[in-house]
Write a new protein. Structure first.
Length: 180
């Protein structure tokens, strides 16, 4: 039995992440929170002993995209990325709305909060991902008041290779590649 068969809730499209060492995992996107007509949501809220992750996954290289549409999907994603529409229309609203939902529904744990964007696009190198992180960090209230937030808060953007290097305790893999 493959890991994604045992834990399909830890799957987002073609990417499966092993969260077995986490304290809790909530798949928040879709209708899980019951307010999808009002609020956008990150894909996962993952609680660790000392951190709370809000995780958004974008996967333009998803192997389930039919071959004849892949190039077009990649081009659309690159356009969103370069025009900041990815941040303004997706990443930032999902963070903001997820924080509202979590705060109102159960409160935010007294742990370091990390907003992670995992992008399934291996051609995005460390420089491009750092630029994305910096652009997101500059968005409206993210940096906090003049002296920063009292609660530790960080933003991370990474591709699958970086994820597996930086977060080896919860490996991520493409399901489509494992099936070949």
């Amino acid at each position: 039995m493959k890991p994604w068969d045992k834990t399909p809730e830890w799957r987002e499209d073609d990417i499966h992440i092993d969260f077995s060492k986490a304290q809790s995992v909530l798949k928040l996107d879709g209708a899980a929170h019951g307010l999808s007509h009002h609020l956008k949501a990150v894909d996962f809220v993952v609680e660790w002993a000392d951190q709370l992750w809000l995780l958004e996954i974008k996967d333009p290289e998803n192997s389930t995209i039919p071959e004849q549409h892949r190039q077009h999907q990649l081009q659309k994603f690159q356009e969103k990325l370069q025009s900041d529409r990815l941040i303004n229309e997706e990443l930032y609203p999902k963070l903001r709305d997820s924080l509202i939902y979590i705060s109102m529904n159960r409160g935010i744990a007294a742990k370091k909060l990390i907003y992670i964007t995992l992008i399934g696009l291996e051609s995005l190198d460390a420089v491009a991902l750092a630029a994305l992180k910096n652009t997101l960090w500059q968005k409206e209230w993210l940096k906090g008041p003049k002296n920063g937030w009292q609660k530790p808060f960080a933003v991370m953007c990474m591709n699958l290779t970086q994820w597996n290097r930086l977060l080896p305790h919860c490996p991520a893999r493409r399901i489509g590649e494992s099936l070949k």
